[in-house]
Design a protein around this ligand. Structure first.
Ligand SMILES: [Zn+2]
Ligand SMILES: [Zn+2]
Length: 183
C-alpha cells in the first residue's frame, strides 16, 4: 500500500512535469545537457563552463541529439540546451545573451534571455559600437538639437552636415549653429 502510494506520487509528479513542459522533451533535454556537461571543463575563477565539443564560426558550442531521440535531430546551441534543461524553456523569439562574454560557456546561469537587438547592441560589432557613440567624429554631441535621424535610421550630426554643405557650396568660415561645447 505504501509502495503503491509512492508509485502513484511519482506518476503524479511526472504528469505535472508533462503538463508544464512535456515529459519526453524534458528528459531528452536533460540527456543532451548531460552530454554537454560531460564534454566541458569548469573554469574555476569565472565559473564559466567551457564547452570542448564542436564550436561554430561564432564560437558557440553545438550539439546534435542522438539518432534515437524524441527531439528532432538538428544541431542545438549547447548553451541553450543547458539553459532549457536547468532553468526552463527560453521564451520564443529570444536569444540567450552571455553575461560573461564567453561564447563557448555553457553555464546556464551565465546567460539571460534577450531580444536579438539587445544582444547585438551589447556586443562589440560595428553596429553596437556606433549605437553607443554619444559624439560624432569631430566631437559634437549626438543628442538634442544637434541630432538628426535620417530615413535609414542613421544618426547624423547637424553641425557636421552644416560644415559639409558649406564646404560643398564653397562658403568660407562655416557658421557654428549649435552650441556643441555647452553639452
Ligand atoms: Zn560564462
Ligand atoms: Zn559633428
Amino acid at each position: 500500500m505504501v509502495i503503491a502510494s509512492i508509485v502513484a506520487a511519482s506518476v503524479v509528479a511526472e504528469r505535472s512535469a508533462q503538463s508544464i513542459w512535456g515529459i519526453t522533451m524534458l528528459e531528452t533535454m536533460f540527456d543532451l545537457a548531460q552530454r554537454v556537461y560531460d564534454n566541458s571543463i569548469p573554469e574555476p575563477n569565472s565559473g564559466c563552463v567551457i564547452y570542448l565539443g564542436f564550436l561554430d564560426r561564432d564560437g558557440y558550442g553545438k550539439i546534435t541529439p542522438k539518432r534515437k531521440s524524441t527531439l528532432k535531430r538538428f544541431p542545438r546551441m549547447a548553451h541553450r540546451v543547458t539553459y532549457e534543461a536547468e532553468r526552463g524553456p527560453i521564451p520564443e523569439g529570444l536569444t540567450l545573451d552571455h553575461q560573461c562574454k564567453v561564447a563557448c560557456c555553457c553555464n546556464p546561469y551565465h546567460t539571460e534571455p534577450a531580444t536579438f537587438g539587445d544582444n547585438a547592441m551589447r556586443g562589440n560589432g560595428p553596429a553596437a559600437k556606433n549605437a553607443r557613440k554619444t559624439r560624432c567624429k569631430r566631437g559634437h554631441p549626438l543628442s538634442g538639437v544637434n541630432l538628426f535621424i535620417n530615413v535609414n535610421g542613421a544618426r547624423i550630426c547637424k553641425e557636421c552636415r552644416n560644415i559639409y554643405q558649406r564646404q560643398r557650396l564653397g562658403l568660407k568660415n562655416p557658421r557654428v549653429t549649435y552650441a556643441c561645447s555647452a553639452d
